[in-house]
Ligand binder design. Structure first.
Ligand code: HEC
Length: 119
């Protein structure tokens, strides 16, 4: 009985973990997300993110921040309260070639991804 209970708990935990995970494809510089299960609005936002947020560094930086909840360079919290500030910080980088609308879209996406990652 105890064994069965433990087995059931393990299955429940695994199911929650799978639900809370991002679908990451590739490693390192080539790391990206699989947006196939995203709602249409987030698919559109992901396209902007995929094109605009790789000019100076790869998507890995943002994906790691979302997965860990920690911004990898500054070691600061990366949560729902921080996404807008990071978006604006990137907009202000010299040569960012982003519009405010691009930043709004990527901030929405980062918030969506944080929720997907269980944060
Ligand atoms: C014009 C160049 C440039 C563009 C475009 C750019 N970034 Fe960055 N990004 C940087 C630089 C430089 C750093 C490291 C220094 C810093 O955080 O200021 C950085 C750092 C980061 C970090 C880590 C921050 C930390 O504190 O650890 C994240 C997350 C991030 N960028 C996300 C994004 C997202 C999302 C986009 C698209 C909206 C984007 N970046 C577009 C230059 C850019």
């Amino acid at each position: 009985m105890k064994k069965l209970l433990i087995a059931m708990l393990l299955v429940a935990t695994a199911a929650t973990a799978a639900q809370a995970a991002l679908k990451v494809v590739g490693k390192g510089e080539a790391m990206r997300l699989d947006p196939s299960s995203f709602p249409p609005a987030m698919k559109a936002n992901y396209e902007i993110f995929r094109v605009k947020c790789v000019k100076c560094h790869s998507l890995e930086r943002t994906i790691v921040a979302i997965q860990t909840g920690i911004a990898p360079i500054s070691d600061q919290p990366f949560d729902h309260n921080a996404t807008k500030a990071y978006g604006l910080k990137m907009l202000r980088k010299p040569g960012s070639a982003m519009t405010k609308a691009d930043v709004k879209a990527t901030v929405e996406l980062m918030d969506f991804l944080l929720t997907q990652a269980g944060r």
